[in-house]
Design a protein around this ligand. Sequence first.
Ligand code: SAM
Length: 285
Amino acid sequence: MAGLDDLPPLREVIAAHGLSARKALGQNFLLDLNLTAKIARAAGDLSGADVLEIGPGPGGLTRGLLAEGARHVVAVEKDPRCLPALHEIAAACPGRLTVVAGDALDLDLSDLLTPPVKIAANLPYNVGTELLVRWLTPPAWPPFWDSLTLMFQREVAERIVARPGSKAYGRLAILTQWRAEPRMVMELPPRAFTPPPKVSSAVVHLTRLAAPRFEADPAMLSKVVAAAFNQRRKMLRASLRGLAPDIEAHLKRAGLVPTARAEEIPLEGFCALARELSGTGKPED
Ligand code: SAM
């Protein structure tokens, strides 16, 4: 029986199935199987894991994930034109690839997956950020996934891994680093894709933490961080004025300097302020 290695090159798959890239679906395909194998390896040891892949397109990364030994891959694709090519991959590794047709933003696929679950995707950038935020903010922690390996516009990847004091530091860094350990693992120039996008890309690998790094109510933390970074050049006592009438006293009790600006405050400081504003004070109180 034909296996993964017997599948035709991706350029032939694209020609055979008429998969001209559609801008509206953010289609910039990876056709170099060495590159997709490298991205699959960045997802870590896949043997014994189920992988959720969003936006498989013609299946380059899907092939990489299967070749790297994923126990089972569930691949969700919005473009029906890609489905026959994906079914050919499924036929080459019986029982290991489930293709789901639909919009990943509308589907909850956790029922199709058995832990441990890893998520991998080369997605349109806007969908990727939306899904990242959803995966990081489930109703309860820990979430259904263990790690995320995701392609982003390089600038977004920099915002995810940013440290305090840098221009890229903001809501995305705090949301991510509160509950996960993100690392930028690969940078890709536009020419790595067909057709090439206008900007460079980067792969970020995130491992979830067993519990958030510092205690805080998620809704309060999100409120504090949104207010602080909506006016990132203002001092905290001004940008956070709407959160409490005596915000300056709250800031001091949380150990923060009221004249500091959002980008100077480490994650721990925002969590301390969220606890202070929720009336829970120090974690051990
Ligand atoms: N993973 C493939 C690769 O690396 O060559 C394709 C990457 S291309 C950047 C993004 C893929 O995501 C396209 O195949 C597109 O049709 C699909 N897509 C876009 N929006 C989607 C959505 N909301 N849900 C599922 N798939 C989506």
